[in-house]
Design a protein around this ligand. Sequence first.
Ligand code: ATP
Ligand code: MG
Length: 573
Amino acid sequence: MRQQHMLIPTLRDDPAEAEAISHRLLLRAGYIRQLAAGIYTYLPLGLRVMKKIEAIIREEMEAIGAQELLMPAMQPAELWETSGRYGIYGPELIRLKDRHGRAFALGPTHEEVVTTLVAAEIHSHRKLPLTVYQIQTKFRDERRPRFGLMRGREFVMKDAYSFDPDWEGLDRTYRAMEEAYHRIFSRCGLDYRAVEADSGAIGGEGGSHEFMALAESGEDTIVSCAACSYAANLEKAEAASPEAADANGFQQTDAPSHAATPPERLHTPGMRTIAELTEQLGLSPRQLVKTLIYVADGRPVALLVRGDREANEVKLARQLGCESLELADAETTRQVTGAPVGFAGPVGLTIPILADLEAAAMAEAVTGANEADYHLSGVRPGVHFALEAVGDFRNAGESDPCPRCGGRLVFRRGIEMGHVFKLGTKYSRALGALYTDEDGRRREMIMGCYGIGVSRLLAAIAEQHAGESGLRWPAAVAPFRVHLLVVAPRDETQRAAADQLYGRLLALGLDVLLDDREERPGVKFKDADLIGLPVRIVIGRGAADGLVEWRTSGEPEAETIPLPEALERAARL
Ligand code: ATP
Ligand code: MG
């Protein structure tokens, strides 16, 4: 394609709003433009990359027998009511009404639609297993859209859904899908890890994996073991608690004992945080217990974790079996504890109290006193207050041993690109996806769902393949394979050489971007650096002697070679 006529609006300066390097460069190099927060136009270059990624995904989906279809973005609210998700999906679901006042939603995902379809069309075991997929625009009104395409409110997803007659079938489909995902992400040139992920209340062990691109800007934390193959999302990673071994014998429902020495009141004016308390009282965070007040499906609960630990809300939500879980606001905290935020403690609380293993195992601790400017010391779990449940409710820490082999844990940041998930019968039951087996019995189909954030993947590739002065696309997804630059298009010799080479490269079946613009060479080189194609061929003054410059992306120097050799090299690409 001739650059002269292409819409590639490059920017000289870094856009102020872009934090992540991929976001910055995709804007600067003219791949995308923002229309509203989290809503983007894919310009010609951006769209070409997306199409290449989609082609790889389609090939790998077809290779495992998944069939492509396309479902509507606009979905009747009743479907979501039937599955039970209309109420709980929350403000992320974009809701709208048609002219008759009927309620609709813009699909953030398609379990409801696909299950309804399959329920209506498939009735016999002879038609199973079935896997369908689509590449489609999704809508989620994210609280914090950011990093450009990484977290959009309108974005492109590949979502696949499988229907098997039994769990063994689902296991096979799931494994095939996992392998396809490995091929997709490898072909996209990514450095990634497959990690264990939380699968919610359904699914069970090994029922969910995420595929994470390694990147500093990633919003997820990947916990992996330096010695064995253990790798999990921090949300899911088991926190090994050797020090909490005695907590297992702990009587969870014991009423507080009144015979014990009561806790001592400590005057702690204005000391609301662990840092302030440790600094001013000269304590170690390990001697403190944090009391966090949450609201789970509208009901307040308290969680205790040791002062040096972080609460894990995914683990807590799983224990509680709740759909929504949020830290209580200041007002709720005051109602529940009688004190401002920063002084909550377990003694005297009337809401359910859950404790992480380590907190429950502490002989005594300093906690909030449920009174402004006071804490308590000598608080003994199970003696001064009762616990509803004890378990692993904290994030694994970098100093923890690997839960599988005891090895050293390594923490890294990652971008979630894909998610495979064993759904089981949650949707087939709610939406009536049944089939008749060999013996004429009606059974529920066993489902799996498998997502890839296609537009996020584009950003993740850019994030991993970026240099100082621009993008550096892996060949498999580059918008063009070769960038052909003519330094002085008005020069007859250069022009002729360029036209000839351009024609030959096209004849080889290569995608070529020909920069034949009447621009200063400096501008052309800067733009070429930004755009970041895998191979650059420059036709300049050397054209008179039959010479061109060849540069492979990432190599510091260009080589001067005869034109026929450039053609030979191109033929090998
Ligand atoms: P996240 O934890 O990042 O919000 P999720 O768990 O909500 O992701 P899924 O519902 O599993 O995501 O969606 C499947 C895939 O879609 C994700 O693996 C991710 O690659 C992509 N995705 C999800 N939300 C967004 C978004 N707001 N913008 C772009 N891609 C997204
Ligand atoms: Mg999400």
